[in-house]
Design a binder for this molecule. Structure first.
Ligand code: HEM
Length: 418
């Protein structure tokens, strides 16, 4: 029945209005949703259940009735590219279930724990300050995406993994293609193969050099590959996942956050003065910035295409029966605009306690990099506001080019002056 109906269903993914990157779904599309758990049409044909309420998204993502394995027939895919195969998905544990997923995730959880991220705060601060030096030296106007938002998380993840930043143009271009839902099959295949070969060569060099190094990939070679716990093919897939997730997400958060903050002078001022804190009130002001970062994560929810899953047995979500084999998508952006959890949810409120947001997902696949992302955002935004207090847009915000076909929504450019 659903296939017969699908032509009449709203088309997903939804887009932001062209002139408003902060509204995740247009009013017209929102009106077309006939309930909190409703069917939408996919660009690949077929349909998916769209889950939009905060409580229902949490219920779905913590339920073991759903699979994240996108090689399953009927999984809700957004792109006309050939579906992934178990071979092409190797190591990419974000799309794995059960023990297979846990085995790889557990090899990384310690690395990204808060106490380990605290240790690299001085490095992150240096990276941020250097990017600001370069932005100032290049002069006004500047494209803040190119000079700041993209280099900062790219440099940090390169440092952690042990990947040369000098190759950034190569891996950034390919990562963007892999996340772009409008990229055609040939480009996707080429980008994936290029990145796999690049990382494979890098790991092979570490493995055969006799000195794999003290970075994460070097340590995984020594501690997991040499012990037989992890195959090289799996390590390559893991590294690709970390490299892509580790720079694209935070980069888009920084760009969109700056655009939003410049339209909220009070929040911008607050950020600036928080960074001016003396040692005595530094804790209070760290908390101020942390609160602001949580609200930015909630309000911007950059993973706009939601989290895809497939039911493996019958389950009820939000009063609807989802049958075994049916696809479902957790729409984080609308769950984070749920008025039952966040009063006046469509408003950006820098004083709001937004920590219940779902921007990092929920359940077993909840983002492993969140302590890193939060730290990068806190340092990048507060240093930027401190160093360039008169920062302002150099172009009409309504005309800024967006990355609106990517899984990770963001700005393609952010022209600023100061
Ligand atoms: C603001 C920045 C970020 C956002 C909004 C974000 C968002 C997300 C979301 C929504 C998921 C869940 C996907 C799912 O359930 O299918 C996820 C998973 C993941 N993220 Fe992030 N992420 C961010 C930064 C990072 C960073 C910096 C890293 C680098 C280490 C990272 C690595 C990962 C990994 C490896 C997973 C898969 C976890 C698993 O499947 O167990 N993310 N992220």
């Amino acid at each position: 029945m659903a296939d017969v109906l699908s032509d009449r269903l709203p088309l997903f993914p939804f887009r932001s209005p062209d002139d408003d990157p902060f509204t995740p779904v247009t009013a017209a599309d929102r009106r077309r949703l006939d309930g909190p758990v409703t069917r939408v049409r996919l660009p690949t044909g077929g349909w998916t259940w769209l889950i939009t309420r905060h409580a229902d998204v949490k219920a779905m993502l913590r339920s073991d009735a759903f699979s994240a394995d996108m090689t399953r027939p009927g999984f809700p895919l957004l792109r006309q590219a050939p579906p992934p195969t178990p071979q092409s998905r190797r190591g990419s544990f974000i799309r794995m279930d059960g023990q297979e997923h846990l085995r790889m995730r557990r090899m990384l959880t310690g690395e990204f724990m808060i106490k380990n991220i605290r240790r690299i705060e001085p490095l992150i601060t240096d990276v941020v300050d250097n990017a600001l030096d370069a932005t100032e030296a290049a002069g006004r106007p500047a494209d803040l995406v190119a000079t700041f938002a993209l280099p900062v998380p790219s440099l940090v993840i390169c440092h952690l993994l042990g990947i040369p930043y000098a190759d950034h143009a190569f891996f950034q271009q390919r990562s963007a293609i892999l996340l772009d839902q409008s990229a055609d099959a040939a480009r996707v295949r080429e980008a994936a193969a290029g990145l796999r070969t690049y990382i494979g060569t890098l790991i092979e060099t570490k493995r055969t050099s006799g000195r794999p190094g003290d970075d994460l990939l070097g340590r995984l070679v020594t501690e997991r590959v040499r012990t037989g716990e992890l195959e090289i093919g799996e390590l390559i897939g893991m590294a690709m996942l970390l490299l892509i997730a580790g720079h694209e997400t935070t980069a888009n958060m920084i760009g969109l956050s700056v655009l939003l903050l410049l339209q909220h002078p009070h929040a911008w001022h607050r950020l600036r003065t928080a960074d001016d804190a003396t040692a005595d009130d530094a804790t209070v002001d760290d908390a101020t910035v942390d609160t602001l970062v949580e609200e930015l994560l909630r309000y911007l929810t950059i993973v706009r295409t939601g989290i895809p899953r497939q039911a493996i047995h019958d389950v009820e979500i939000g009063g609807r029966l989802i049958r075994a084999g049916e696809p479902a998508t957790a729409l984080l952006s609308l769950a984070n605009r749920d008025n039952d959890v966040f009063p006046a949810a469509d408003e950006f409120d820098p004083y709001r306690e937004a920590h219940q947001h779902l921007a990092f997902g929920f359940g077993v696949h909840q983002c492993i990099g969140q302590p890193l992302a939060r730290t990068e955002l806190r340092i990048a935004l507060s240093r930027l506001a401190h160093r360039l207090p008169t920062l302002r847009l150099a172009k009409d915000p309504a005309t800024l080019p967006k990355r609106d076909t990517s899984i990770v929504y963001g700005l393609a450019e952010l022209p600023v002056t100061w």
